[in-house]
Design a protein around this ligand. Structure first.
Ligand SMILES: [Zn+2]
Ligand SMILES: [Zn+2]
Length: 263
């Protein structure tokens, strides 16, 4: 009973996998449901990766496959929107232009710099990087609400080369998580932390525990797979892990409305 709520296809600039290969892969792994969440990241500051999305073609392709796979695999139409403060109008326009089942709001950039490569970490301590990243996230999510779940909340830790103690930045996380809960949004557990050999899960156990203790209920599991091999990667582990942290449900979405599936 697996619901993979974070997957990419060749509609994303960083994947070469045709959508059909991901869907066949999902069937092979016995998935109950897959949500395709290709990238749209307006203003991504690397010309090699514009992360644009041909929305009409993308949605039409998904609709075709929904028909084709009927009875074999439930397919949801999602999108991963990269949020940046100077692009919020474009993010909102994309979020409202089509009838998505699910929208991941992600921060791949902060303060105009890509975390993956670039100058975000220049001349900062690890602690300063974390504080800048979470402050930027808060400043955005305070005004931007066109998403369902926050993607890979602690992605900064994938690139920072270390993490400060949680209490050095937990105030920011708490403020963000309270806002997410109040807004009726959720977070995802992103199992790509295993691929990237991160020191913690994504988000970290500290963040997941804090979210749960604040009453956070909405949580989806996503592999962030860009190829069929990684679909539902570590999902057995992820399911048990969420249970052990007090989560009672994982969340699927239809037309952006959460559906709670008992763990
Ligand atoms: Zn992402
Ligand atoms: Zn992704």
């Amino acid at each position: 009973m697996f619901y993979d709520y974070h997957t990419h296809t060749s509609f994303s600039d960083d994947s070469d996998t045709p959508m059909i290969a991901m869907l066949e892969g999902a069937c092979k792994k016995g998935l109950t449901e897959i949500c395709i969440t290709d990238h749209y990241d307006p203003g991504y500051p690397d010309n090699m990766y514009p992360f644009d999305l041909p929305f009409d073609e993308y949605m039409a392709t998904l609709a075709d496959y929904q028909k084709q796979f009927k009875g074999r695999l439930s397919i949801k139409r999602g999108i991963e929107i990269g949020i940046q403060h100077h692009q919020l109008d474009k993010c909102s326009a994309a979020a409202n232009s089509h009838d998505y089942d699910y929208i991941i709001g992600s921060f791949h950039c902060a303060l105009g710099e890509p975390l993956y490569e670039g100058h975000f970490f220049d001349n900062k301590t690890v602690k300063e990087s974390f504080l800048d990243y979470y402050r930027y996230m808060y400043d955005n999510l305070k005004v931007y609400k066109d998403y369902c779940n926050l993607g890979h909340m602690n992605i900064v830790a994938r690139y920072s080369g270390g993490s400060p103690a949680f209490n050095e930045y937990s105030d920011y996380c708490e403020t963000i998580l309270k806002m997410i809960i109040q807004d009726g949004k959720g977070i995802e557990l992103n199992t790509s932390s295993f691929k990237y050999k991160m020191e913690t899960t994504c988000p970290s156990e500290d963040i997941l525990r804090l979210y749960r203790s604040l009453g956070g209920e909405i949580s989806s599991i996503g592999s962030d797979a860009h190829d069929p091999d990684r679909i539902a990667d570590h999902f057995d582990y992820a399911t048990e892990y969420l249970k052990s942290l007090g989560f009672k449900y994982i969340t699927a979405f239809t037309k952006k409305k959460p559906e709670f599936i008992k763990l």
